[in-house]
Design a binder for this molecule. Structure first.
Ligand code: CP
Length: 346
């Protein structure tokens, strides 16, 4: 069906335009299927998907598990607090334990960047075939979130054909705590690959100047950017100026758990300067969609009234789209690991 080459998915920096089109196209097909009760697809029958979340999660973990079940996989989850981590076992040894129990695909989240890539190195050294999917590592990367955000935006701009081309020449304004956001980093790879221009908006403490060069510094091991021409990244500090250019807004959670020092003492001030509410939306040239990866700090990044306005707030759509996007990723990865259960959509 496709010449998908990514055995593991650690980062979107390695994705070509064809890769984005494959994931979005497949997700769009999965989205149209009623996958409840007995109507599951057999694609991952006999496969074991293990979800190893060393950091808390509501959306990512549950939607990977639902996605795996929709494809008839067996699912094994893991709870750090009741695991042998409490006896000193390392994350890597925990992952290897699940692989020894037969995991074919391992979805992993960890507060330290690079734990998923270290796991991949260990698997390669051991000649193990298990595929690794990064469910979020430290500040570095959250590829499935970047893809579901891309799918949500593409569906908004072109409902009938939600493919990467729908983003071309759009201006997406990303607001807030970009420094601590792996979601922002994955979105920067995805959006610029699809030809969108990104405006970053936030205070210097949460948005250092060097972010304009982000996509010029790929992660180690990537010798050549798979994208010929990326959209541009600019920083605009003033929310008013930034919003005046927006075709879509993505606002981000203040990640207090990742701040080494208290960077924000006055959250009311933050909402006045960078919050999305009925007042700040008047700066936009038109009615624009609003995304937030969740979880939301209500009344800080975004007001309660905007959160309940589903005509512009796409958060619920982002969550829904998480399932078909994650089905697409699991399906494509299982094809690389030798799954013969292809799907006939006709
Ligand atoms: N967006 C996101 O990663 O949410 P969770 O932490 O709930 O998975």
């Amino acid at each position: 069906m496709t010449d998908w080459k990514h055995r593991h998915i650690l980062d979107l920096a390695t994705f070509s335009l064809e890769d984005y089109a494959t994931v979005l196209g497949l997700a769009n097909r999965f989205k149209s299927l009623p996958l409840t009760g007995a109507r599951k697809l057999p694609a991952l029958q006999g496969k074991l998907v293990a979800t190893l979340f060393f950091e808390p999660s509501t959306r990512t973990r549950s939607s990977f598990e639902l996605a795996a079940r929709c494809l008839s996989a067996d699912v094994q989850s893991f709870s750090p607090k009741s695991s042998s981590l409490t006896k000193g076992e390392t994350a890597l040894d925990t992952a290897l334990t699940y692989i020894a129990m037969g995991a074919d695909i391992l979805v992993i989240r960890h507060s330290s960047a690079n734990v998923p890539s270290q796991l991949v190195n260990s698997l390669e050294a051991l000649n193990e075939q298990t595929a690794v999917l990064n469910g979020g590592d430290g500040l570095r990367s959250h590829p499935s979130q970047g893809l579901l955000d891309l799918f949500t935006l593409a569906s908004y701009f072109n409902q009938n054909n939600p493919l990467p081309g729908a983003l071309k020449d759009k201006t997406i304004v990303i607001i807030g705590d970009i420094l601590h956001s792996r979601v922002a980093r994955s979105n920067l790879w995805a959006l610029t690959a699809c030809g969108a221009n990104v405006v970053l908006c936030g205070p210097p403490s949460l948005l250092p100047e060097e972010f304009t060069e982000f996509v010029n510094s790929p992660p180690p091991g990537i010798l050549k950017d798979p994208i010929n021409k990326r959209g541009k990244i600019r920083i605009i500090r003033s929310l008013k100026e930034a919003l005046s250019e927006a075709d879509a807004i993505m606002t981000l959670r203040l990640q207090k758990e990742r701040m080494r020092e208290n960077l924000l003492t006055d959250l009311d001030r933050y909402h006045l300067d960078y919050g999305i509410n009925n007042e700040s939306l008047k700066y936009c040239k038109q009615r624009v969609p609003i995304l937030h990866p969740g979880p939301v700090n209500r009344g800080i990044e975004i007001s309660g009234s905007i959160l309940s306005d589903r005509s512009i707030c796409l958060i619920e759509k982002q969550v829904r789209n998480g399932i078909p996007i994650r089905m697409a990723l699991l399906y494509l990865m299982s094809a690389v690991t030798g799954n013969k259960n292809t799907i006939n959509f006709t």
